[in-house]
Design a protein around this ligand. Structure first.
Ligand code: SF4
Length: 422
């Protein structure tokens, strides 16, 4: 099979992996426009300095011996199979880089033989890139669950970011849909990566020239909507992963129907993109706003509200905490106000050192007054049309969305909640 055919197959097979931002876009190119979000193979991520960089997004192989029910590359799926050799992949990456098509590589893979055999191929491709071609671009590599820790260590020294996909939010779901994977086969490499990062930091304290280990950290991906796991389960697990393995990101990927396994939502069901969006908002609240999972959702209401962003839901449920006076509220309290973000809260802290703030100042500082007006005062003045606690406030804050997008999830069938980290 020629290289372009392999690239077509392995680029298309990689597009379901969401753990690099912007994947899954379906906007085709149009006459008069430059570029599109449709072609398989190129995705984007954001560098530490905020630049958007294009990555060649491919699988090493789509010939997988596992049979995960939610995956289009599973053994039982009808698909043309192929694999890159390490030499082909390294050549392709460097050729695209020289043509200015890409700035880096996002490499994942099906399991070719065993996890170790697959990881050896991936390591060899990365070693060729880094050592033979002297490629200094960004590389994000997926670690194959169950791979030997020495291979995980080796790949971490060659890649910028490594990630192990957790795929499903509970032990029960994993054994139902991906019986060849175990939680241990996923958590062990995560632990290996965290341990290697810690040791690497220590080494670099003593030897500045020690090679970096996965300097962009580790991430993971969770499929949402393939099982009946609730948002509470997903958020508790995410929080535990951030704490225990110091993950940089947990990516949520709305399930795309690919199989007819009776344990999966029916083929043709709508993809719950809104649920994915709400989970990202909740994830943001946990990472930057000091929220705990149980403040965002609860045992009684284990699903995120489709109509309102999670911070507004929390604010409506706690009218006793509002309105907040922007001239003297602590930073943590400002962060709880809907419409007020990390940047605007910091700007308020800086601006109020100079002068008392009035309501018109807040918009200039980046506060979204459309939402915030109901929850704050400035120099004692309240600008909202309704007070916190008013029963009509929910309608004023609600976003107009198609609630049917959540149709894949049936709350009545929600599973019992597992312990955190499975
Ligand atoms: S191991 Fe990965 S590629 Fe293979 S079937 Fe499972 S999810 Fe798909």
């Amino acid at each position: 099979m020629d290289l372009m055919k392999k690239l077509t197959i392995l680029g298309a097979a990689a597009k379901f992996d969401a753990s690099c931002a912007s994947s899954g876009g379906g906007r085709a190119g149009r006459p008069g426009q430059l570029g599109n979000a449709h072609m398989a193979g190129i995705c984007h991520t954001w560098a530490g300095d905020g630049r958007c960089v294009s990555l060649l997004k491919v699988l090493m192989t789509n010939a997988c011996v596992y049979d995960c029910a939610y995956c289009q590359n599973r053994r039982s799926a009808q698909a043309e199979r192929t694999a890159f050799t390490p030499e082909e992949l390294a050549y392709l990456t460097v050729s695209f880089y020289r043509r200015n098509y890409i700035e880096g590589l996002f490499l994942s893979s099906g399991v070719l033989g065993t996890p170790d055999q697959t990881m050896e191929l991936m390591c060899k491709a990365l070693a060729l890139l880094r050592q033979e071609y002297r490629f200094g671009g960004y590389i994000h590599v997926k670690v194959i669950p169950g791979a030997d820790s020495r291979l995980v260590d080796a790949v971490g020294l060659l890649a910028d970011r490594v990630s192990v996909n957790i795929e499903l939010p509970s032990r029960e779901s994993l054994s139902l849909l991906a019986p060849q994977k175990t939680p241990e086969s996923i958590f062990t490499p995560m632990h290996t990566i965290k341990r290697a990062q810690t040791m690497n930091l220590e080494d670099r304290r003593h030897y500045k020239s020690a090679p970096l280990f996965a300097p962009a950290g580790q991430a993971t991906q969770m499929i949402v909507g393939a099982t009946k796991d609730t948002d509470l389960t997903i958020l508790r697990l995410s929080k535990a992963l951030y704490q225990k393995y110091r993950l940089k990101r947990v990516y949520f990927s709305a399930y795309i129907p690919v199989g007819d396994n009776p344990a999966l939502p029916a083929p043709g069901s709508r993809v719950p993109l809104l649920r994915e969006h709400r989970l990202y908002q909740a994830d943001w609240l946990m990472r930057f706003y000091g929220f705990q999972p149980d403040e965002i959702v609860s045992e009684e209401r284990p699903l995120l509200d489709p109509e309102l962003d999670p911070k507004s839901v929390w604010a409506l449920a706690h009218p006793e905490c509002f309105p907040v006076e922007v001239n003297d509220a602590p930073y943590e309290t400002l962060l709880r106000v809907p419409g007020l973000g990390v940047t605007s809260a910091r700007r308020i802290l800086a601006a109020r050192r100079q002068a008392l703030l009035a309501l018109p100042d807040l918009k200039r500082l980046g506060v979204v007054m459309k939402r915030a007006q109901y929850f704050l005062t400035a120099s004692g003045h309240f600008g909202g049309r309704m007070q916190p606690g008013n029963p009509y406030l929910r309608a004023a804050l609600a976003e107009r969305r198609d609630g049917a997008q959540l149709s894949l999830f049936d709350p009545a069938g929600a599973q019992a909640l597992p312990e955190s980290l499975y």
